[in-house]
Design a protein around this ligand. Structure first.
Ligand code: URA
Length: 436
């Protein structure tokens, strides 16, 4: 087989055979197909797409390029949740322990912040002592012993994605739905899970800005799951404004603990309960979503979700009092409304960038995160505000980048005379039944 023929076929809009897809991907990982040929192929995929069969073969080959976690010794249906990323999206932190407390094992391999979006690993690492670098054996042991484990991607998990992602990053081929879908699903399928809930974010703080794009991505990922024999349900949820009040790593841990105590902001609670209900149905412990919601609510109010979170923290390196000693920034500055009116829109990506500039995210691969800094969002879309009213409280460390962050917030908040139309938080549900 020749890489040239595979590239030409995809360039001309032909369907690639299973053999071609396997050969070219395996050859790329082994170093036999050079970067320049793979670059040409991913550009052809970017332009001409892949059908369901091509996608499942490609994703399977990516998954099998490295270690596939084996959780078969852990009883029960193992279910994970993946979010496509947003601002203030701390959902995984309360969700995983709540679901585990209801009896569904949650193996979760998470990512770091990407661009303006936060990452679960960075949030967890703001807990003193917490380690996200556990071995595959410890991961499997903890899922079996306490019902959950949250770690980072290990070196040997889906090496094809690491290599391909770096290539896509420099060849203008990241923003391709089949390539994004196969990248996400290959990593999720390598976790050893039986079923998956996808939270596909839509709006100004998401990577998918329109509902149409988010729907296509969700349907593509659900389709890959179905072809690979896994139950996958996708929910499209709003990212038109930051989720909850807190944006920033330790601040989001604080807000997650509030949610586990039965409190917390209504929007985040709603997403946690809804996704939790989906996971309980997939995990076989709830008959329908209504029953699932009731069980997640109970785990919030009886403290069992919080107990599970504490168990997780202790098992992954935290101490008994570490949650009482989260890092906190020394300085506070408020960003205030320029005029009276209604908050009619928030450029949520701009809010994420403001947090990033303060140190909550990374500007370069080498940047280090300051776990203490971030933003407390005091006014959300639809709120009536007076001139001079605080809209955001900035948690920062000295004057570094504070003016830049204030400028970003000034550009992000839109205040108008009229109250805006309400936007849905739970936008759509996309399912795909497995073939009989
Ligand atoms: N996240 C991923 O894991 N892969 C992509 O290609 C894009 C976002």
């Amino acid at each position: 087989m020749r890489a040239f023929d595979v590239i030409r076929a995809k360039r001309d809009g032909e369907r690639l055979t299973d053999g071609q897809l396997r050969w070219v991907l395996d050859g790329y990982v082994a170093g036999q197909v050079p970067d320049y040929q793979m670059a040409a192929l991913v550009m052809a995929i970017y332009l001409n797409g892949m059908d369901a069969r091509e996608l499942s073969v490609w994703t399977t080959a990516m998954m099998e390029s490295g270690r596939v976690m084996d959780l078969s010794a852990v009883p029960g249906i193992k279910v994970d949740k993946h979010s496509t990323g947003g601002v203030g999206d701390k959902v995984s932190l309360p969700l995983a322990p709540l679901v585990a407390a209801c009896g569904v094992p949650v193996p979760m391999i998470s990512g770091r912040g990407l661009g303006h979006t936060g990452g679960t690993l960075d949030k967890l690492e703001s807990i003193p002592g917490f380690s996200v670098n556990l071995s595959a054996d410890d991961y499997a042991r903890l899922v079996g012993e306490i019902g959950l484990c949250l770690i980072g991607q290990t070196e040997d998990l889906v090496p094809a994605d690491r290599k391909l992602y770096a290539l896509r990053d420099v060849t203008a081929t990241v923003a391709s739905i089949p390539l994004i879908a196969s990248s996400i699903m290959s990593k999720k399928m390598a976790e050893g899970i039986d079923a998956l809930v996808l939270d596909v974010k839509v709006g100004s703080g998401a990577f998918m800005k329109t509902e149409a794009d988010a729907r296509t991505l969700a349907e593509t990922m659900v389709g890959i799951g179905r072809e690979m024999g896994r139950e996958v349900v996708a929910r499209l949820t709003g990212m038109h404004q930051p989720l909850g009040r807190m944006v920033g790593n330790a601040l989001e841990v604080v807000e997650s603990i509030q949610i586990l105590k039965g409190k917390g902001p209504a929007d985040t609670v709603e997403v946690v309960i809804e996704l939790g209900a989906e996971m309980l149905v997939l995990g076989g412990v709830a008959d329908d979503l209504a029953a699932g919601r009731t069980r997640i609510e109970a785990a919030r109010s009886d403290g069992s979700g919080l107990d599970k979170f504490r168990q997780l923290v202790m098992a992954q390196g935290g101490t008994a009092d570490c949650l009482d000693n989260l890092p906190s920034a020394p300085d506070r500055t408020t960003f205030t409304a320029q005029r009276a009116g209604f908050v009619s829109a928030i450029d949520t990506e701009g809010v994420g960038v403001a947090g990033l500039l303060l140190g909550a995210g990374r500007e370069t691969k080498e940047s280090t995160i300051d776990p203490a800094v971030g933003l407390e969002v005091l006014a959300k879309i639809g709120d009536r505000v007076d001139a001079g009213q605080p809209l955001v409280e900035i948690h920062h460390r000295g004057p570094a980048r504070l003016d830049d962050a204030l400028r970003r917030l000034g550009d992000a908040y839109v205040i108008a005379d009229e109250a805006p139309a309400a936007q849905d938080l739970l936008i759509a549900r996309i399912t795909g039944s497995l073939p009989a």
